[in-house]
Design a protein around this ligand. Structure first.
Ligand SMILES: [Zn+2]
Length: 279
């Protein structure tokens, strides 16, 4: 949907509320009091009332908008921008565009949306041929300022570790100088605490189909992958050959880094996963 379609379809608060209700009705509303599914709709108060026990459920409750004071239209605009633009945008920029007085609620809204994007990603597993590698992303720990006053202002830098998994599908019948060209599929980027084989194997088991084939370098982090996928093909990869031998994982890492550098400066480690979800 482009910007003109968006404005046409959602010109005001009411059109956004109606759409939200339409989606919610499709999913079904469950009464938290008695578990009943039948509800009356109270249009003046934007809430459902249970046909059985009378308990009320607001249109927002139990959804990503739960507890938010921001208008439905703000949420719709944020969702539209997050999903229709290739590049990301900062909470500060959205606040400016919306002409909203406070930064915090806008920042929170974006982070909640990034969180649900991650949950949506969690619903599918990667399959086919998977490229695997780790990335190191610079994050900033502001909380250390107190401990070390010399570092005031900027905070200390930390490298957060990311496991990157990309579906990389060989295209049949085509070969180039670099070997078989590959088409990219879904990808997952997950913040991990360390690069131990145990950590990596657990994540791959969670996120990748056991019928998959995995490609990686010959690092000890990947030694146990053969236990969780159909076939694991570790290769010795010289540094200057990474972009050839693991092309999509390499590109994904550099694009994600650029997104963080260009738009979300000084990312704290605890929020990095959110930005990766969005990416
Ligand atoms: Zn009920």
């Amino acid at each position: 949907m482009n910007l003109l379609n968006f404005i046409e379809q959602f010109p005001d608060e009411e059109s956004c509320q109606l759409k939200y209700k339409e989606i919610r009705d499709k999913l079904g509303v469950l009464c938290s009091g008695c578990g009943c599914k039948g509800h009356y709709w109270k249009n003046d108060k934007l809430l459902y009332q249970c046909k059985h026990c009378g308990k009320r459920t607001t249109l927002r409750s139990g959804t990503v908008m739960h507890g938010s004071q921001l208008s439905f239209r703000y949420w719709f605009i944020a969702i539209h921008l997050l999903t229709s633009t290739k590049k990301s945008f900062s909470a500060l920029e959205l606040q400016r565009q919306l002409g909203h007085t406070y930064y915090e609620p806008i920042w929170e809204m974006l982070h909640k949306l990034r969180e649900v994007m991650g949950r949506r990603d969690g619903e599918y597993e990667l399959s086919g041929v998977i490229e695997l590698d780790e990335g190191f992303f610079t994050t900033i720990r502001k909380d250390e300022e107190k401990a070390n006053p010399l570092k005031r202002g900027r905070g200390s830098q930390k490298k957060s570790k990311i496991l990157v998994m990309v579906e990389s599908i060989p295209i049949e019948g085509k070969t180039t100088k670099r070997g078989k060209p590959r088409k990219v599929g879904h990808l997952k980027m997950i913040v991990i605490d360390d690069l131990k084989a145990k950590t990596i194997t657990k994540k791959v088991k969670e996120k990748v189909s056991k019928n998959a084939i995995s490609d990686s370098d010959s690092s000890t982090s990947y030694v146990n992958l053969k236990d969780v996928v159909k076939e694991h093909k570790p290769k010795v990869i010289p540094k200057d050959k990474v972009s050839e031998m693991l092309p999509w994982v390499h590109l994904a890492i550099s694009n994600a880094k650029r997104l963080l550098l260009d738009i979300h400066h000084d990312v704290k480690p605890e929020y990095l996963q959110g930005y990766l979800n969005e990416f």
